[in-house]
Design a protein. Sequence first.
Length: 108
Amino acid sequence: MTKKPILWLLDDALFLVRKLQPDTRQFGYHLALGGGVLNAGLSFKDLDLYFLPLDDQTIPPDAENLLSWLFEQLGESKPLVDERYNSAHYKHKRKYSYAGSRIDVFIL
């Protein structure tokens, strides 16, 4: 039996980002799309989502509650351990399996 390849298309990514984005402000974050889906319009590997602190700082970034909310939205996650993502800039790097496709989350 062959395994179905992961495929993220830009339209699918935009649908998910638009679904999540309005609620991220309550945690003091913007949501940004990155990686292959943004650059090429598709990815056979994963969808990269970046959570960036809001500039106005009226709502301080709350990464722990953001992660709890992401669990409710996307399900279980695991630490993203990959030498390519060995940056100390991110507070959290997590990977999710959402509807059988991978999402990598980076939180500043």
